[in-house]
Design a protein around this ligand. Structure first.
Ligand code: ADP
Ligand code: MG
Length: 597
């Protein structure tokens, strides 16, 4: 696969550099953060709308930063949620004093990372709220509509949020209108071929000749089902029928229509599709309003497209028509005035932070006492992190393959980035095991991104905060207790249970076994070794499970038969930690006082 790139790890940074250099008339880089902000921000007294997600989706999300659209965007690595720290920094940079509205697609990595930023802003007294985009009707049943993922229809949600914020609506009103926009948009899509991540040779999935994936994801996730390749008119009929079956309550007859290409489909093909869509809508008594045909959310070079319908009312039409100017979307509209009443007044505000991550603050604000001298256990903890990096780096490609089978293929890369940062942050450190895990976990969280960046980072930090202050007090029982606490933190953050086909399935049985052998008086290396078989069995058990958390959960039965990527990486992390904990550490060296900073 030929790609315009220097070295794969610097792809994101170089891409943002070129983007900001070209579009300085709309936006600039956020100093010290992976993101961009609109010129003129922070806008005093205006709500700041912050979007974001992994890259590889241009013009989502940072193409929509500008006047009348998003105030800022946090930009992650390809298909990987930006770390919570980066979301926080972008929000801080654009905060104009009237609050922050986060809006982004419903993916567990994004939800967890933005929730951390939201919690932190609220702790500082900045009002921050979240509206998740859930337009993909094929990704979950109507009964589970709030579990649906966000795809191209998100454009209308961003546009509504940005227009409401630009005219000076209060945070409560911007939030209510954004939520209302999300409730009025529905999308369904089809994929003809998978996409290839820069630096990799193979596409994330491939589609057999004569077939197509129905209900595709925008991270190279395959569709929820496979169908026979059909002519455009039949695909149009299938998509229109699917969307109309989900007409929102109270919807009128005017609909904005968006035909979105996924990156590898020509505009001409999209026009062919619209040629079939328009009469079907008219036949159903709907009036298409200002159709948009083009690329709004891509998935690298994936071929395929989606159809979105956005059922308008007076409020939403006004917001859609409002002036906007950003690199990827410009509209000159009439002057709009501030609205008076909130849509669905009194609707309860649900913040992502409150909904999903009661434990998020401990993950980002964990502090400890760096000055307590470390002993052998601290040195062994650092050996554990180093071993984990070596082990996971060796299997990076394999973990990517496991993740690609049902997810987006980035798990190995994210784990390596995180562990590399954890090792770099602790390597010449001589503190305690407690401090090593806290510092390493914090660095992991900031570097890795994605669901596992938030989860594994929080897990490492929680191991640290669960350990005794002094290394001398760390025995097998104390370590087992810290692992129990870390598992509880991870479960609070990710809301997964054993059996959901996640890393929990490795960690939970390991914790039970570790406690048992610690109770029998074993040393740390003995107890750890005795518990590893339970972790291995848990990892293997994920093969037969159906995914119920994370990206893969949208695939239902199609996720069965593949070992979970996170369960696999965590088993190898535990295996590597065991080797680290039994490393011989010369006591004198390990006990030497900390170097002066
Ligand atoms: P992303 O899903 O953001 O691409 P990764 O690919 O790095 O993140 O990690 C995927 C792994 O994370 C999955 O294989 C699963 O083990 C784990 N995972 C995803 N969501 C959750 C969750 N809510 N709770 C626990 N583990 C999860
Ligand atoms: Mg992934």
């Amino acid at each position: 696969m030929k790609r315009m790139l220097n070295e794969a790890p610097s792809f994101r940074e170089e891409m943002i550099g070129g983007y900001a250099a070209a579009f300085g008339r709309y936006l600039q880089c956020v100093p010290g953060a992976s993101g961009v902000m609109a010129n003129g921000s922070p806008a005093p007294g205006r709500v700041a709308v912050v979007v974001g997600g992994g890259s590889g989706h241009y013009p989502a999300f940072y193409g929509l930063v500008g006047q009348g659209l998003a105030s800022g965007a946090a930009i992650g690595d390809i298909f990987t949620s930006p770390p919570g720290e980066q979301c926080y920094r972008v929000a801080k940079a654009v905060d104009g004093g009237a609050g922050i509205l986060f809006t982004f697609g419903n993916y567990s990595g994004d939800v967890m990372n933005f929730a951390m930023a939201e919690t932190r802003l609220r702790d500082e007294g900045i009002d921050a709220r979240t509206v998740l985009i859930t337009d993909d009707v094929l990704s979950a049943s109507p009964a589970e509509a709030d579990l649906r993922r966000g795809i191209a229809g998100g454009f209308y949600v961003f546009k509504s949020a940005g227009a409401a914020a630009a005219r000076g609506d209060s945070l409560g009103d911007v939030e209510a209108l954004t939520r209302h926009a999300n409730e009025r948009v529905r999308t369904a899509g089809v994929g003809f071929a998978g996409c290839t991540v820069p630096g990799q040779e193979e596409p994330l999935f491939s589609v057999a000749p004569g077939q197509m994936e129905i209900g595709l994801g925008i991270h190279g996730e395959p569709g929820v089902r496979i169908g026979e390749q059909r002519p455009a008119r039949e695909i149009a009929a299938m998509l229109v029928e699917t969307l109309l079956a989900e007409t929102p309550a109270g919807a009128g007859s005017e609909v904005a229509v968006l035909v979105n290409g996924l990156g590898g489909t020509k505009y001409e093909e999209l026009f062919v599709l619209y040629n079939d869509v328009a009469p079907l809508l008219e036949a159903a008594g709907l009036h298409p309003y200002k159709p948009l045909i083009g690329e709004f959310v891509t998935s690298l070079d994936m071929t395929g497209f989606s159809l979105s319908l956005f059922w308008l009312d007076d409020d939403l039409k006004t917001l859609l028509d409002a002036t906007a100017s950003s690199p990827a979307f410009t509209n000159i509209g009439p002057e709009v005035t501030r609205r008076r009443e909130a849509v669905g007044g009194g609707r309860e505000t649900v913040s992502a932070a409150a909904a999903v991550a009661p434990s998020a603050p401990e993950a980002t604000t964990a502090q400890g006492d760096d000055s307590i001298p470390g002993g052998e256990t601290g040195a062994r903890a650092r050996a554990a992190l180093r071993n984990a990096l070596t082990a996971i780096a060796e299997m990076e490609a394999e973990l990517g393959r496991l993740d690609a089978a049902a997810g987006d293929g980035d798990h190995g890369a994210g784990m390596v980035r995180g562990l590399r940062a954890a090792v770099a942050a602790t390597d010449d450190f001589e503190g305690t095991a407690r401090q090593t895990f806290i510092n390493g976990g914090t660095a992991f969280q900031d570097a890795a991104g994605g669901a596992s960046g938030a989860l594994v980072g929080a897990w490492l930090i929680a191991i640290g905060t669960g350990l005794p202050e002094r290394d001398e007090a760390v025995d097998a029982a104390a370590l087992a207790e810290a692992l129990d606490g870390a598992l509880a933190t991870l479960q609070r953050l990710g809301q997964a249970q054993a059996g959901d086909k996640t890393m929990i399935d490795t960690l939970a049985p390991f914790g039970v076994a570790l406690n048992e052998s610690a109770a029998s008086g074993a040393t740390i290396p003995q107890a750890w070794a005795a518990a590893l078989p339970a972790a291995a069995a848990g990892m293997l058990a994920t093969i037969d499970m159906i995914s119920r958390r994370g990206r893969a959960s949208r695939l239902g039965e199609r996720s069965r038969g593949i070992q979970d990527a996170g369960a696999t990486s965590m088993y190898h992390v535990l295996l590597a930690f065991g080797k680290g904990f039994s490393t011989f550490v010369p006591v004198m060296a390990a006990r030497s006082p900390r170097q002066a900073p």
